[in-house]
Design a protein around this ligand. Structure first.
Ligand code: AMP
Ligand code: GLY
Length: 426
């Protein structure tokens, strides 16, 4: 089977690494890929928004399956265009991708189908939004409706913060994504991510993970795409995972199928585990990054048949085995991330880590010069990932490896996994 993978981050490197182990894989292409993905795939320059160009490439390269990593091409209708051209695709239609593309859409779906989530209202008018905030308890959560690169959520502790967020968002700071707002109840609890493959009404649970969104140790500093992750998530034990499936994932798949917009692909639920049970914070229509890296390290089964079956709309023949071990990943980012940072600095020392068992350095933003020199080319640059019987052991292996990487222009958090360690489950 020839596969085209769309994307070029650490998530896509983990998918490429895992797919490359499949006996069923023919040729693997990635657009745009990165220096790590290039070990497993032919990297090609294709604009995922140019649907015609993607389809033409698929015809020329005899592609049997397109796997879409990031959300933006899905929200932009790439899967619909591939569907219309008869090319199997792992990833939802634009209509189903509204689960991530519009917070208001998801909240309304939850309300109609009794899916547990924070109480909320939608607003397009600042005065009405401010009046609502005054009638409710603080802190309160204010979200731009559309995709805002992780920056469209403000947890307001004071009325002044709430007013500023409302004015900023409705004032055009996020363009069309901020034309309407969701204002919702603040949920207290522990966050976790849950993943499932979905094909219409069929839902196959994967496993859970937890990530660290803040830039600095102690979960301080600005929000990022994610600075590290581990799986399993101790808070998502078997009983909790089964509640998440029954109360959240299956009703969502059923609701979309019944509405004539069935889901296809991986569905990622961002959850708050509250004293009352799991509540949905948000959906993403893709694998998490860096959560995908730890999932792929734990997946014992071949992933290619599962991706192909999802794309084909049938999951009944698929079963996936997972290693009991913990996988943990630490993101190395360019100094300055998530703000301004330099590109082009040289990274040394990775070759010596290649022979290490149960340790993989996934690449996110990297490029390689013709002479082999590896350079940083993005904010999040490397994901140093290990598998071991405990959180403590996996984390020790990752930080030992990081200390052998020579990249003075990079930084990482030193406390990934602290919550799992603190529970005594490490
Ligand atoms: P989101 O972009 O929806 O994932 O929100 C970003 C982060 O804001 C989440 O990962 C949570 O940490 C936090 N958050 C979002 N909604 C709520 C809520 N209703 N209550 C508490 N925290 C929230
Ligand atoms: N790590 C969070 C995300 O992928 O959205």
């Amino acid at each position: 089977m020839n596969i085209l993978l769309i994307g070029g981050g650490g998530r896509e490197h983990a998918l490429a690494w895992k797919m490359a182990q499949s006996p069923g894989l023919g040729r693997l292409y990635a657009a745009p890929g990165n220096a790590g993905i290039a070990v497993h795939a032919d990297c090609v320059a294709l604009d995922p928004d140019d649907h015609r160009a993607v389809i033409d490439f698929c015809d020329r390269a005899a592609i049997d399956l397109v796997v879409v990593g990031p959300e933006a091409p899905l929200v932009g209708g790439l899967a619909d265009a591939l569907d219309a051209a008869g090319i199997p695709v792992f990833g939802p239609s634009a209509a189903a991708a509204r689960l991530e593309g519009s917070k208001g859409f998801t909240k309304d779906l939850c309300a109609r189908h009794n899916i547990p989530t924070a109480a909320y209202e939608r607003f397009a008018d600042a005065a009405a939004a401010k009046a609502f905030v005054r009638a409710h308890a603080l802190p309160i959560v204010i979200k731009a409706d559309g995709l805002a690169a992780g920056k469209g959520v403000v947890i307001a502790e004071t009325l002044a913060e709430a007013d500023t967020a409302i004015d900023d968002m409705l004032g055009g700071r996020f363009g069309a994504a901020g034309e309407s707002l969701v204002i919702e109840e603040f949920l207290a609890g522990e966050e976790a991510s849950f993943f499932a493959l979905v094909a219409g009404e069929e839902v196959l649970p994967l496993v859970g993970a937890q990530d660290h969104k803040r830039a600095y140790d102690g979960d301080k500093g600005p929000n990022t795409g994610g600075m590290g992750a581990y799986s399993p998530a101790p808070v998502l034990d078997a009983a909790m995972a089964s509640r998440v499936m029954d109360e959240i994932m299956r009703p969502t798949a059923r609701a979309l199928a019944t509405a004539g917009t069935p889901y296809r692909g991986v569905l990622y639920a961002g959850l708050m585990i509250t004293p009352q049970g799991p509540k949905l914070i948000e959906y993403n229509v893709r694998f998490g990054d860096p959560e995908c890296q730890v999932l792929m390290m734990r997946l014992a089964s071949d992933i290619v048949p599962a991706l192909a079956a999802t794309a084909g709309g049938r999951l009944d023949g698929v079963s996936l085995a997972w290693r009991d071990d913990v996988a943990l990943t630490v993101v190395m980012a360019a100094k300055g991330y998530p703000g301004q940072y330099e590109k082009g600095s040289v990274i040394r020392g990775l070759a010596a880590l290649e022979a290490e068992p149960d340790l993989v350095v996934f690449h996110a933003g990297t490029t390689r010069d013709p002479d082999g020199t590896l350079r940083a080319a993005g904010g999040r640059v490397l994901n140093v990932t290990a598998r071991a019987p405990t959180v403590a052991a996996a984390r020790a292996r990752v930080y030992e490896a990081i200390d052998r990487i020579d990249w003075p222009e990079g930084f990482c958090r030193r406390d990934i996994g602290w919550r799992a360690l603190g529970r005594g489950t490490g």
